[in-house]
Design a protein around this ligand. Structure first.
Ligand SMILES: NC(=O)c1ccc[n+]([C@@H]2O[C@H](COP(=O)([O-])OP(=O)(O)OC[C@H]3O[C@@H](n4cnc5c(N)ncnc54)[C@H](OP(=O)(O)O)[C@@H]3O)[C@@H](O)[C@H]2O)c1
Length: 279
């Protein structure tokens, strides 16, 4: 069990790309870091690197394409620490990669909606009691400038699928969730913000999509850390940042009816609908 005195962060998708750098940087700054990923070898490799530099970390494995594994991850976090000052929902999959065409999660949901949004929604909701008990604390949702309004008549994209539509609606869903949750958490000492970390960073996701990287992973890590630990956003919540600048997201993000509709759907899809939201 981690001592109460240790500021603790969970970074999802910390086995690669910008999440890996953010986790390493937090550890270098004295945070105890819970490194999440699918790949045990790479996750444990990062933990070893952090420890060799005198830092403190632990690896927690979970495939976010399975809601059962998301529940297992939340339980593992609660087992590993009695405080969670920072939750960074960073794990994600891009527009292509893996099999072409529509893919589904272990639960039968459209894969990008499931991994990029729904897993983070469930993980956040399950960890909220711990995050609240650790206040002042922060939640950061790593979204994207690639955003597309959710078509509530075809959220799982069974009719008009494209990898780009799947990615962009999942990224906007994260922002609707951010703004909705910020309203719920007002006065709790927990802030929640979302961002586009940087455009076409040199990561696996971008290389797989065939795009030429135009920004550095370091740029994205700085932008994420600005929301995660930056003094200028202290106490501020429900915001969307384009890299380090506060910005306006797709208009649907600010539509309270759309937020409520997504919340209701997400509670149903994750099996939380029948459970009280506040622990
Ligand atoms: N790169 C960009 O230019 C860019 C631009 C805008 C937004 N973003 C966002 O930034 C975040 C990080 O992206 P990145 O560019 O750093 O991508 P990346 O290098 O491909 O890393 C993605 C991370 O997410 C993990 N992940 C993917 N699917 C998972 C699953 N089913 N279960 C558990 N973990 C899973 C990956 O694990 P594995 O190592 O096992 O694959 C990896 O650790 C994403 O949310 C992305 O949408 C990136």
């Amino acid at each position: 069990m981690i001592q109460r005195s240790e500021r603790t962060a969970l970074v999802t998708g910390a086995t690669d790309g910008v999440g890996r750098l953010v986790a390493a940087q937090l550890a270098a700054d004295g945070w105890r870091v819970l490194v999440h990923g699918r790949n045990r070898e790479r996750g444990e490799g990062l933990v070893r690197e952090i420890e060799q530099r005198g830092g403190s970390a632990a690896f927690l494995a979970a495939d976010l394409a399975s809601l059962d594994q998301v529940r297992g991850l939340a339980a593992a976090v609660v087992d590993a620490t009695d405080r969670l000052d920072l939750l960074i929902n960073n794990a994600g999959i891009g527009t292509v990669g893996g099999a072409p065409g529509r893919q589904t999660s272990a639960d039968g949901h459209e894969l990008r909606f499931a991994v990029n949004y729904l897993a983070g929604f469930l993980l956040t909701r399950l960890l909220l009691p711990l995050v609240k008990a650790s206040a002042p604390s922060r939640i950061v949702n790593v979204s994207s400038a690639g955003q597309q309004a959710i078509d509530f008549s075809d959220v799982m994209l069974t009719r008009h699928y494209s990898g780009s539509a799947a990615y962009c609606q999942s990224k906007l869903a994260q922002i609707l969730f951010t703004i909705d949750l910020a309203r719920e958490l007002a006065g709790s000492g927990v802030t929640v913000n979302a961002l586009h970390p940087s455009t076409y960073m040199n990561t696996t996701m971008v290389r797989q999509s065939g795009m030429t990287p135009v920004s550095r992973v370091e740029d994205g890590a700085e932008a994420i850390l600005n929301l995660a630990v930056g003094a200028t956003v202290e106490g501020r919540s429900g915001l969307y940042f384009n890299v380090r600048r506060e910005a306006r997201a797709n208009g649907q993000a600010y539509d309270a009816a759309a937020q409520a509709r997504l919340r209701t759907l997400s509670l149903e899809l994750t099996g939380l609908a029948d459970k009280p939201l506040r622990a």
